[in-house]
Design a protein around this ligand. Structure first.
Ligand code: ADP
Length: 493
């Protein structure tokens, strides 16, 4: 009987189910996009019930399509969009409000208030995070303060909180497991990443009752099992999407870094077993805890990455397909100096300015569509480079290469731009679906098919290495201009 690991990769715009064979090759993958709700300026919501139904149906569909039964599945791994917040009634299984998505900025004022009171320093020390609407903490508080159902659900002890991992697990296990893993917990802004427990101090500040929170466990764990697809299938692995990609990219040694270019861009650098705060506005986050060994990462998040290419397609209608940008980049005017700060929804690390907005610099009579495309892709290279600089300063480690993945890394012009701006080696692995791969590895460790992370190292294979083809001095001069421009934008807003 052929056996597979089944991965649930629940992302921001779509849910994917990926089947991996025992050699960690993708056997099949299916995907479905789901509804995005934008009820107010800066608000982004998902229907958690729709997400769960999609995931359940996709699993049934992929099994049926491949004529598989539950016995063919060794174990399930879950990886997910992080920070997105769900509160639900444990008797009915119904969310009491739509899921508030990580991109949602509705708690900006509350975060500003916490910063004014100086509470952000305390929160950063405990959680490693900046105080920002991005994380779950203030989203939970918003639901508690604004949704009528909260009171009676709390009184009857029927209210539960979870990020998407927890929500899916709870549904898969028919309400038996109310758990989260340490990588997801470390993104809530209410979790003490060193002591590995919910922070009573922050819960008090945000007025969040502890009883609604899930239990936090390692990334490999007996999370329970699901009986929804026939016989019991164990659930053995769980990690937030970026940490899962870090595992999928086999970044297990201090200093190793990966950058994922999907809707947003997330650069993570392994900083070893010690929790260390950044002095350059990066996040300190738990990379993973496997077999009792915990590692931390610095993380830099750029909120608008692949979504700027979607914006070129859907709003400016410059392209029909995102893939066209590769060829068009090469046709840009060599003597144009167009810069674009794509702060369409604010700036993430290291600026953390939710109010910033997109800005073009250097438009001339000659500026063409190709120049706009080039400036858009280059902007991600410049932003990545700024994050690299911060990481090198904080860690005192020189980054000599970055492993890249995500939808944008199919684009060879973009990879060349990254190499030229950063002047370091850009490495694309064979399997760029590293997010789901990480969760497959976790499930494999829990079920005994892999026994350590060193085995994952051997499985990681590169597909392409891109090196700079412009000089360091030209690159430096371009970066200098970029910094002037992004600082101007940041100061303006
Ligand atoms: P997510 O997992 O965040 O949904 P993916 O990793 O699937 O994202 O990547 C999708 C993103 O990649 C989209 O925002 C899209 O604009 C961008 N993208 C896809 N193909 C290309 C390409 N060839 N060049 C540039 N961007 C691309």
């Amino acid at each position: 009987m052929n056996k597979y690991f089944l991965v649930i990769d629940q992302g921001t715009t779509s849910s994917r189910i990926v089947l991996y064979d025992k050699h960690f090759k993708i056997f099949d993958i299916i995907q479905k996009e789901f509804m995005q709700f934008f009820p107010n300026e800066g608000w982004v919501e998902h229907d958690a019930t729709e997400i769960w139904n999609d995931v359940k149906n996709l699993i049934a569909k992929i099994l049926k399509k491949n004529k598989l039964i539950s016995k063919n599945i060794i174990s399930i791994g879950i990886t997910n969009q992080r920070e997105t917040t769900v509160l639900w009634n444990k008797k009915t299984g119904t969310p009491i409000y739509r899921a508030i998505v990580w991109q949602d900025r509705r708690t900006t004022k509350l975060c500003e208030k916490l910063k004014k009171q100086g509470i952000n320093k305390k929160i950063q020390k405990i959680t490693g995070l900046e105080v920002d609407p991005y994380f779950s903490g203030t989203k939970i508080k918003w639901i508690i303060d604004n949704v009528k159902e909260v009171k009676k659900n709390l009184k009857s002890n029927n209210l539960l909180f979870g990020t998407i991992d927890t929500w899916l697990l709870w549904n898969l296990t028919n309400g038996k497991s109310h758990l989260t893993d340490i990588s997801n917990a470390s993104r809530t802004m209410i979790f003490d990443s060193q002591k590995e427990k919910w922070s009573d101090e922050i819960l008090k500040i945000l007025n969040i009752p502890k009883k609604i929170l899930p239990t936090v466990v390692e990334n490999t764990f007996d999370f329970g099992s699901t009986k929804l697809f026939g016989n019991e299938i164990p659930i053995g692995g769980m990690a937030g999407d970026q940490q899962s990609a870090t595992i999928g990219q086999a970044c297990f040694i201090k200093g190793q870094s990966k950058s994922t270019y999907g809707t947003g861009c997330f650069l993570l650098m392994n900083i070893g077993e010690k929790f260390k705060l950044s002095k350059n506005r990066l996040l300190t986050t738990v990379a993973f805890k496997i077999n009792g060994k915990k590692m931390f990462c610095y993380e830099g998040s750029i909120f608008v990455a692949g979504s700027v290419i979607q914006w070129l397609r859907d709003n400016l209608k410059l392209i029909k397909d995102t893939g066209e940008t590769d060829k068009l980049y090469k046709k840009a005017n060599k003597d144009e100096n167009l810069y674009f700060v794509p702060a369409l929804t604010g700036l993430g690390a290291p600026y953390w300015n939710p109010n910033a907005r997109g800005t073009f610099f250097g438009i001339t009579r000659k500026t063409s569509k190709e120049d706009i495309i080039k400036a858009s892709l280059d902007s991600l290279s410049f932003q990545t480079y700024e994050l690299i600089e911060c990481m090198e300063k904080d860690s005192k480690i020189k980054i000599s290469e970055i492993r890249v993945d995500g939808g944008m890394v199919k684009n060879n012009s973009f990879l060349q731009s990254l190499a030229n701006v950063s002047q370091i080696k850009i490495i694309r692995p064979n399997n760029v679906e590293t997010t789901s791969l990480g969760a497959a590895y976790l499930a494999a460790i829990q079920s005994g098919y892999l026994n350590s992370t060193s085995q994952i190292n051997k499985l990681w294979k590169k597909n392409k290495i891109v090196k700079a083809n412009i000089s360091k001095s030209i690159s430096k001069s371009n970066v200098r201009k970029w910094k002037l421009i992004i600082n101007t934008v940041n100061n303006f807003y």
